[in-house]
Ligand binder design. Structure first.
Ligand code: GP9
Ligand code: MN
Length: 687
């Protein structure tokens, strides 16, 4: 035993030993911070393992630099690096407490909305235990000061530092490989800053953020105000006159936009074992006062939900890589639906039962002009209330009503469901339809979660009726993207009865529901080909808003002039006649390769698609909307918004008194939440 202690003490008295000790202490304090100061959403053993080890490669690399130095300098260097990195960690702890997100370059440069509010509140949010992250630095200093560890001034063989640096790089490679294995496209898809910290650590996140920001900033700083000219011209030349018959029919109404997570159109009217999977949506779909679309496609890229949100509310395409909400949502100028409606007297709010940082919603929504963002922090949380990415839809929708009833009318409220999300798992108590029997594990639960989503919509619609909100609201429902990806063609063949479910079929199955439901609306099933990019112009016309001078890449789906070429993010497309997948052109009606289509026609269609995609990319990458004057629209000031819960609650209270137009105020301040009926088992067992 003595020998071992002696050995350790000898090792610690060497410079290499000191570096290893510093890395070890740093790792322990980071785990402490990860566990108690952040909410990284670590699940499963691989993620836990990576969370524990992810500081090691970077710290070995950083502290290892000291080994290239001589004598005392080496120790001083290490301690300074340790201290500075800890100050950084400490700042992130404080920032995270307020904003559930990490500090980024954009925020530090001061262009972010949050930075100036932070200074004021910093003292108020500090906790004594936050200082514990400095413990390792202090311990190291004390060990040296009291000569428990002796300073080793001997020269080191040059091979040792080189070996340590190489080891650090190697370990980082292993860390990254394991992380990618657990979450593929971690760095390219840019989901959530929490993910990168959880898998790779705070320091790696900072480097990643720096590279990303430098790249996007370079393009933006090169952009000139004249760059918007050609885009404005394209918009003018291709402007589609909206359908006047529908102009303004929903003027002044509340708008509910209900995001049906991963729901594909083929679920509508689909029966499994003789039972409808989505009976409530089917009913809405077939109602006379619902405009339903059966050739409506999702057009998302890697950004999935984020791309859908971007298209729906901006009529701009997602980017070819990553999610524009994340890469550009904090900095760019937008002329989005919430801001436009806000300036027409609407209250605007988004609701979602996941953490606010996912898809950078907490920042992007400010740029889009959302007055309120009710994220998971606003809802009562219990373990059983959650599945997958967030709250179970039935509980989420029910608990959203406490805020909906407080919104001054007219309002624009977007409700983002999430239970029908890959991998489509649901606890027994909530399953009320059998799984399908394709044998594909990820596919067979789909009908169950879709059925659950449908029931939650049914409950919500019933509440709208109970409260009378249905009389003065327009309800828009849309599926954001496919639920079953093209990796499951065999299972899709079984579900759809299409024998050789091929790439053509996969393109056709990108159809998602899109319905507009409103009392007195002239509805019916509309067969126009269109997609998510067309939603905003369609809604603007219904709401009586002029879209003439906007930079929007879609057009009114109800217009007879609506061009029916639906672009996919990868350049493929579908029209009523032609479907392009890769280099193949199919006849949309027969599904056979189209041999008659001329080269000129192919080029014409392809060019239109690629031109629009690349013009849209130019708008986002160059932040070109900052140069576009939209008549009657005032640019959004992100600093006007805060999604802090206490601020929101206060503001809503104030709004009650001032406006008196909320459902609550109109009901003499008596809550209408109790009118909500749900069969959610988690809620009934509480009573
Ligand atoms: C998470 C949710 C899921 O908050 O919106 O996004 P997705 O994985 O569908 O893009
Ligand atoms: Mn989604």
């Amino acid at each position: 035993m003595k020998r071992i202690t002696k050995g350790i003490s000898n090792f610690l008295n060497t410079r290499l030993g000191f570096v290893i000790l510093a890395v070890l202490l740093y790792t322990i304090k980071t785990i402490y911070a990860y566990e108690t100061k952040f909410n990284l959403g670590v699940k499963g053993s691989i993620q836990t393992f990576l969370m524990i080890i992810n500081p090691i490669p970077v710290m070995l690399l950083l502290f290892g630099i000291s080994l290239y130095m001589k004598g005392r300098k080496s120790y001083i260097f290490l301690l300074i690096v340790d201290f500075l990195d800890t100050v950084w960690l400490f700042s992130n702890i404080l920032y995270y407490r307020e904003f559930s997100d990490f500090l980024t370059m954009v925020l530090i440069k001061g262009s972010g909305a949050a930075s100036n509010n932070l200074g004021k509140s910093i003292m108020g949010i500090m906790k004594p235990t936050d200082f514990l992250v400095f413990a390792d630095v202090i311990i190291l200093i004390l060990l040296l000061a009291f000569h428990v560890i002796k300073v080793d001034i001997r020269r080191l063989n040059w091979k040792i530092p080189v070996l340590i640096s190489s080891l650090a790089v190697l370990l980082f490679g292993a860390n990254l490989t394991l992380a990618e294995g657990d979450r593929s496209q971690l760095l390219t898809r840019t989901f959530d800053n929490n993910y990168i910290v959880k898998y790779l650590g705070l320091n790696v996140f900072n480097v990643y953020d720096m590279i990303k920001t430098t790249k996007t900033n370079a393009v933006k700083s090169q952009a000139k105000s004249s760059d918007i000219d050609s885009i404005e011209k394209y918009m003018k030349d291709n402007y589609v006159q909206p359908n006047v018959e529908y102009s303004g029919v929903a003027k002044g109404k509340n708008v509910f936009v209900i995001h049906l997570e991963s729901l594909q159109q083929f679920m509508i009217d689909y029966k499994w074992q003789g039972e409808e999977v989505t009976p409530n949506l089917n009913k809405i779909y077939h109602e006379d006062d619902t405009l339903s679309f059966d050739n409506f496609f999702n057009q998302v890229g890697q950004g999935k939900t984020a791309d859908a949100e971007l298209m729906l509310e901006n009529s701009l395409f997602g980017l070819p890589e990553g999610a524009a909400m994340v890469t550009d949502g904090t900095t760019n100028t937008f002329q989005a639906a919430p801001a436009m409606l806000d300036q027409k007297g609407y209250t605007t709010a988004s609701f979602h039962g996941d953490v606010p940082s996912f898809w950078n919603r907490d920042n992007a929504y400010k740029s889009w002009g959302y007055d309120y963002f009710f994220s998971s922090n606003y809802y009562k949380q219990k373990k059983s209330y959650n599945v997958g990415y967030g709250m179970k839809d039935k509980i989420f929708l029910k608990d959203s009503t406490q805020y909906i009833e407080q919104l001054p009318q007219p309002f624009y409220a977007k409700l983002i469901t999430v239970t029908n999300h890959y991998p489509y798992t649901l606890d027994k108590k909530n399953q009320s339809i059998e799984k399908t029997d394709t044998g594909d594990k990820t596919v067979d639960g789909y009908v169950q979660t879709a059925h659950y989503l449908d029931q939650s919509i049914g409950e919500f619609m019933a509440w709208l009726k109970e409260t009378g909100l249905d009389k003065n609201s327009m309800v828009v429902l849309y599926g954001d993207h496919y639920g079953i990806s093209n990796n499951h063609k065999k299972a899709m063949a079984k579900l759809t009865g299409i024998k050789n479910f091929n790439e053509f079929n996969d393109a056709q199955y990108q159809r998602v529901p899109f319905m507009i439901h409103m009392d007195g609306l002239k509805g019916g099933i509309n067969h126009t080909y269109g997609g998510e990019i067309d939603v905003l112009p369609t809604l603007m016309n219904l709401l009586g808003m002029d879209d003439k001078n906007t930079i929007q890449f879609g057009s009114d789906l109800l217009s007879s002039e609506h061009p029916q070429t639906v672009a996919f993010r990868n350049g493929n497309f579908v029209t009523p006649d032609v479907t392009k997948v890769g280099s193949n052109y199919y006849n949309t009606k027969t599904g056979k390769v189209d041999k008659k289509i001329s080269t000129a026609e192919k080029a014409k269609l392809s060019n239109k698609v690629t031109t629009e995609l690349s013009l849209s990319d130019r708008v986002i990458n160059g932040d070109l909307l900052r140069f576009h004057k939209l008549p009657g629209f005032t640019a959004v000031n992100r600093k006007d918004f805060s999604y802090k819960k206490s601020t929101t609650i206060k503001e809503l209270k104030k709004a009650q008194k001032k406006n008196g137009t909320s459902l609550l105020a109109q009901n003499d301040d008596k809550s209408m939440v109790d009118l909500y009926q749900t069969d959610a088992p988690e809620l009934s067992s509480n009573k």
